[in-house]
Write a protein that binds this ligand. Sequence first.
Ligand code: HEM
Length: 745
Amino acid sequence: MNKGKHENKSARAKASAADLPVNAGYGANDPKGDDLARNAEDSAGEFLTTNQGVRVNDNQNSLKAGDRGPTLLEDFILREKITHFDHERIPERVVHARGSAAHGFFQVYESMAEYTKANFLQDPSLKTPVFVRFSTVAGSRGSTDLARDVRGFAVKFYTQEGNYDLVGNNIPVFFIQDAMKFPDLVHAVKPEPHNEIPQAASAHDTFWDFISLMPESMHMVMWVMSDRAIPRSLRMMEGFGVHTFRFINERGKARFVKFHWKPLLGLHAVLWDEAQKISGKDPDFHRRDLWEAIENGDYPEWELGIQVVEEKDEHSFDFDLLDPTKIIPEEIVPVRRIGKLTLNRNPDNFFAETEQVAFHTGNIVPGIDFTNDPLLQGRLFSYLDTQLIRLGGPNFHEIPINRPIAPMHNNQRDGYMRQTINRGQTSYEPNSLRGGCPFQAGADMGGFTSYAERIDARKIRERSASFMDHFSQATLFFRSQSQPEQNHIINALRFELGKVETPAIRERMLFLLSQVDKALASEVARGLGATVPAKLDKPMNMSIPADVDPKKVQPKRKNQAIETSPRLSMVDNPNFPKDNIRTRKIAFLVADGFDETAVAEMKRALLTAGAAVLTVAPRLGMLTGANGEQIKADLSFLTGSSVMFDAVYVPGGEESIAALKKENESANFLSEAYRHCKTIAASGAGVELLKNAGIIRGSAEGAEKADLTSGQPGIVVALEDDTKMAPAFLKSIAQHRHWERERAA
Ligand code: HEM
């Protein structure tokens, strides 16, 4: 045993945080990494001990009276081990239970002092550590990543002035306008209470029953039924703060602000059929993708965008800035990109970090403040409250992942699992016995002061008339989608409402959809074999107190400043040019006898462009090429599937293609990739495999001359001269999916 190592370790355990060497943890400029390192444990080269540090001699057998005798109560080692195991679980989050997280940092591009005094937004050279957790909302901790759902996008900034949490989603609006409805919404979408069915799915009666009675949800419903709700990767989705917040500058001037995260890899989704298949083949698809990208050094990046509105312009929109079911279209207030978030380190321990992290909309720093958005106001109560039970008491801020890097001093004391050993006689303020410490900080010393908003109002339970337009932005969203995206929304609604068993719920939904767009409603109705009702026999807006006149709160449409917003589409979005294939996964279908040159050339081109290549073959092990060169089969047709990839390439090699032709799975692989609108390429004899799978009909000779695109979108072939093939293949993959193929189908 290495005695010296033990001495070092105990010296380190005794050291206070201040004594620890800077960057003892995770590398340069990572103060949060250093902070976490204080609690890190690594048993490499160590003896097994009890929790009391006593070395364990036998971890195989309990202490018994005789070798077949009863186990003795005295066995403190067995008791401790089993007791700890018995208490390993904590409740999962009541929503957003399924999540994946990573560490990283944020840097502002230039000082934002004009808008906010927040310290982390002043200095472009300052790297603020962050921990970001992505999640789905409805499913349990073990549910599939590819559920149709909103994705949580929660960012904890460990700033020098304390923790700031931007707890957002990948959709910029929400289902409801008032926190009062949140428990109802969540009860409705979760598995039904009598039989706990279905898991991680909104396609059931209670969800659509609730939605059909809540017209305010229609804008959000459009987003959730769109491809935004089935992202290709957590790294390829936008994030939004949703609510309108406030920025306050040093002079005390306030402005409204909306937050956006813009992914530098672009904005991409999978198809619903793909999503369902991925859920079976690899339910951890998003988690694995995030983990692997970071392990490979492909650090995910987002730019932080802001939309700023002057206070004097608060009422100049055709919607209410406080209404969380509304966006400010980017065409009306452009998004300014002010800094970059980079995720560059996976957690060491899922439970300690990803599960125990506690985000809270109420964690803000000087320079940022809330607005009176009634949904936000409810959230300000909910997070700390739920975490008190989820994390077992009032001291969860001491858990390493939650503690700030800013110094923490106050007179809060005691409670379950208290870690801090507060020294001194006083735990109250004012005091004279400790010279008044800890002191309040003046605003000029960084003390937080709330924005002095003037409030002069009656105390009422009502909703503002300015919140009553529930359809205009739902229509704006639907009409801003490309044709294939509209088709996906229609099909998603047909799927979801098709799973609804109560006809009256479908009818109410069809009526609400007709208020968004008549053609949308009639297309959905056609798929359901139903008709769109001309009117409802009850008021549309049921979420109102009994004593309020329903006529007063019925949804009204407003004229909008714009008819469409291309930035709401994923396909036509000018913010995200489809110009790169970084981190895309490409399958090479190969067998013994493959064409080595074709494989090597194409692989080089793809790797140079930042894509990843995996070989899929009839069997695992080493494969031998036509000239005797060997490569490893990464996956077999049993362990790999086309839904795990963005594109497929079939290199030539007569023997390889003959072997692949014998495998039914190779044709399935290709035809599935084709149906999912992915780019498929083949060269030399590989073209035969495409014909075999029915992807290319007739002769491909003409196709080759037709710009290597076979005349079909996303099918790139070269019968003989494959030298020009790689650029055409890369360009086609960058398009992500060839939705035209769907239309043709
Ligand atoms: C009144 C409305 C809402 C209430 C009461 C509410 C409540 C909650 C609760 C209780 C949790 C679990 C927290 C935990 O156990 O640590 C949670 C998680 C979360 N909520 Fe909300 N929520 C509301 C609306 C929203 C909205 C509008 C958004 C997006 C802007 C959002 C984003 C999130 C995210 C991202 C998480 C997961 C945080 C994590 O990764 O740990 N919530 N919410």
